[in-house]
Write a protein that binds this ligand. Structure first.
Ligand code: TYD
Length: 213
């Protein structure tokens, strides 16, 4: 099969990333529904998780009893879950022509373990290259809203281990997302996540629509 033909058959890979409480899971669900309505078969995934090994790693990372993991250990674990997800689920789905929408990807590790956890950004980028085998999203959306908005939105659910790291950590995470998205405009699309769900959905859709055949 020619490279052009292989490309036209391949599914698209969309990532929705951003700080805790920004409303990612709601928007991912709406996006997948909207794609399905347009006749685009779409697989919805979240990181960490999505494979048997990935779900075990997820509970290791997010259960509160594992308080003492270092940021370096976290970086390896998130990347291990990612390697498994990319190889076992994402690549085969894209090859079948299925679109993939993933809640979080490489920028999460760069922000949480790198900027907020002080692990070297270069080391994290190298690990990301390894875990993804160089797979790059067709569209990398970064949802962003001020920390006060995010904290308010997640107020109803109990905080997991990552979310219990305190106000300073949350501020570092929030600032880092904004910085990366603003500086890496070729790579990331910064989407304003403040305001009603419907407005945010429409902002996201403007970007996704351009990928439709
Ligand atoms: P999750 O409950 O999925 O949160 P959310 O709905 O906000 O995505 O938990 C994922 C947590 O793991 C979240 O606090 C961010 C963190 N995380 C990292 O620290 N590094 C990573 O590489 C990834 C993928 C997630």
């Amino acid at each position: 099969m020619s490279a052009a033909r292989a490309k036209s058959k391949a599914g698209r890979f969309i990532v929705v990333d951003g700080p805790d409480g920004v409303g990612k899971s709601t928007q991912v669900q709406l996006l997948v529904e909207q794609l399905d309505m347009r006749g685009v078969h779409t697989l919805s995934l979240r990181e960490p998780g999505g494979t048997t090994a990935g779900e075990i790693i997820r509970s290791l990372l997010l259960e509160k009893r594992q308080e003492k993991l270092t940021a370096v250990a976290e970086a390896f674990l998130f990347q291990a879950a990612r390697a498994q997800l990319v190889a076992e689920v994402i690549r085969p789905a894209l090859a079948r022509g299925t679109w993939v929408v993933c809640d979080r990807f490489t920028l999460s590790t760069l922000v949480y373990q790198g900027d907020a956890g002080h692990v070297s950004a270069r080391a994290i980028q190298q690990l990301s290259e390894l875990s993804t085998g160089g797979l790059k999203p067709d569209l990398y959306l970064v949802l962003w809203a001020a920390t006060t908005v995010c904290v308010g939105r997640r107020a109803e659910r109990e905080a997991d281990r990552m979310e219990s790291k305190g106000a300073r950590f949350l501020r570092d995470v929030s600032g880092a997302y904004k910085r990366h998205a603003e500086r890496g405009r070729g790579k990331y699309k910064l989407v304003d996540a403040a305001g009603p769900i419907e407005e945010v959905r429409a902002r996201l859709w403007k970007h996704v629509e351009r990928l439709l055949p």
